[in-house]
Design a binder for this molecule. Structure first.
Ligand SMILES: Nc1ncnc2c1ncn2[C@@H]1O[C@H](COP(=O)(O)OP(=O)(O)OP(=O)(O)O)[C@@H](O)[C@H]1O
Ligand SMILES: [Mg+2]
Length: 136
């Protein structure tokens, strides 16, 4: 597997969530991803970028375009140095939210379903890192 290109951008404010979506869309197109897969990926990016901003107190999205034999992949990492997720199992339950109103608690589980690879690493007090990959 080789990294064709890579980059990073901040996720601090609402506008950065929009920019993260735009970057993901552009990169997915560059990978030659089918529209259906691109749409799924961009939806996952929305959810994860928003979590990074809201719960992580801001962070970054790193991206890589990967080449592996006949396939191309887009890998995105959402990382923050926020409070972390104390109970991953609970957080990965449909409908569970620590929020007190608007959140439906479907962001993480939804994002996981929309990509082929989903990895969640978190440490209380240190932060959270979620890596997603979609292949063409
Ligand atoms: N980056 C993060 N840092 C700390 N906690 C997080 C992070 N991302 C998610 N969480 C925790 O996991 C819970 C579940 O996240 P999820 O995105 O599934 O739901 P939500 O954000 O509460 O609601 P929704 O995404 O449906 O609006 C959140 O309520 C929050 O407690
Ligand atoms: Mg969410």
């Amino acid at each position: 597997m080789t990294v064709r290109s890579s980059g990073s951008q901040p996720i601090q404010i609402e506008q950065d969530v929009v920019l993260a979506r735009q970057t993901a869309r552009k990169l997915a197109q560059e990978c030659g991803m089918r529209l259906i897969d691109l749409t799924k990926l961009v939806t996952a990016v929305s959810e994860l970028a928003r979590n990074t901003m809201v719960y992580g107190g801001g962070g970054d999205m790193d991206w890589q375009i990967l080449d592996e034999n006949a396939r191309t992949g887009l890998r995105l990492v959402f990382r923050d140095e926020g409070p972390g997720i104390p109970d991953i199992k609970l957080a990965m339950t449909d409908g569970w939210t620590s929020g007190s109103g608007l959140g439906l608690g479907l962001g993480l589980t939804g994002a996981k379903r929309l990509v082929e690879e989903f990895e969640l690493e978190t440490e209380p007090g240190k932060g959270t890192r979620i890596t997603i990959t979609r292949w063409t």
